[in-house]
Write a protein that binds this ligand. Structure first.
Ligand SMILES: [Zn+2]
Length: 327
């Protein structure tokens, strides 16, 4: 079973046109899952998590995860060292799951989304956003504003369908000025890490149906009452945090300041393969984590384990994530 399941996870997304006579393990695994009684299926149902922040309603919605090898994940530490940190948190040491969680804030005036998820176009284990939004009673047509924290694929793929149609038909899209300036200028392509050059074409494609309702914002801009952008460059050129405040309560959306906290908050100086400028990313990470730990600010992390809401505390040379209680 473990072998079949691994194969299923790495199988290409499109089904083959011609099914071979001997069905590949991926198909067999899917068939077995379809026939298994509900109680023995491994799929979970972590759809959404909702809480109040003053008069605002915050909902985190699970979009699934992507599985990759631990090898190659960190650039500036030996594999065994990385595996040791993961093992401390009882995480697997060969594979690494990066979850995706999109946050929605309902104000008196409008429904705001923070990033757009994977749109089911990144990994066979991701793309649950639409169904989990439906379960949460969140209609994409009711979203008035989508705030993009940065333009990496896992945050903007979900703006459009495969066919290029807007997933949020009524929404304005707000994007950090520095982020837009970088990825919309082909002249920057040769100055970007090779693995990130795909973002130039993808930004053009994903924002295309929103061009007439695009808002660019500067650090410190107030995007809606109580919602303020905070510059946090490094992970990407214009990577931005979002501070949400109401009735004396504060929430900080960390976006990708740290990828999984069990690894990159514990060891903030590690350079992840996802970071555009690893040195700047690490400096930003230390500064932001230190601030939220000192001020005891509630945080949400896009790649934190679902429901991705909690607090950060200082611990040794790094920080530890404390998930919010399910109340
Ligand atoms: Zn990300």
């Amino acid at each position: 079973m473990p072998i079949a399941r691994r194969t299923a996870l790495t199988a290409p997304m499109a089904a083959p046109l011609i099914v071979p006579l001997a069905a590949p393990p991926a198909l067999l695994a899917r068939k077995a899952a379809a026939q298994a009684p509900a109680s023995s299926r491994l799929a979970q149902a972590p759809g959404y998590y909702r809480f109040k922040l003053g008069s605002l309603t915050v909902t985190t919605v699970f979009d699934g995860y992507n599985r990759r090898q631990v090898q190659g994940l960190v650039r500036n530490a030996p594999l065994e060292e990385v595996q040791g940190v993961l093992a401390e948190s009882f995480l697997p040491t060969a594979t690494y799951d990066g979850p995706y969680t999109v946050t929605f804030v309902e104000t008196r005036r409008q429904l705001i989304a923070f990033d757009a998820g994977t749109g089911g176009q990144m990994a066979p284990t991701a793309g649950l956003l639409a169904q989990n939004m439906a379960a949460a009673g969140l209609d994409p047509a009711r979203v008035g504003l989508v705030v993009i924290t940065h333009c990496h694929q896992d945050h903007i793929h979900g703006l459009t369908t495969r066919e290029g149609e807007a997933v949020f038909p009524q929404a304005e899209v707000a994007v950090p000025d520095a982020e837009w300036a970088w990825w919309s200028d082909p002249g920057n392509e040769s100055r970007s890490p090779e693995g990130q050059r795909v973002n130039f074409a993808n930004v053009a494609r994903r924002f295309a149906p929103y061009r007439s309702r695009l808002r660019r914002f500067a650090p410190g801009a107030e995007l809606a009452p109580g919602l303020r952008a905070v510059a946090a460059p490094g992970h990407s050129p214009g990577h931005s945090l979002m501070q949400v405040e109401d009735d004396g309560q504060t929430l900080l959306l960390l976006a990708d300041t740290t990828h999984r906290p069990e690894l990159f908050a514990r060891r903030p100086d590690l350079h992840s393969i996802f970071d555009f400028d690893p040195e700047a990313a690490a400096a930003t990470r230390r500064r932001v984590l230190d601030q939220v730990a000192t001020d005891r600010i509630r945080v949400i992390g896009y790649h934190f384990p679902f429901p991705a809401v909690g607090h950060i505390a200082r611990d040794g040379q790094g920080y530890r994530y404390h998930p919010q209680e399910w109340a």
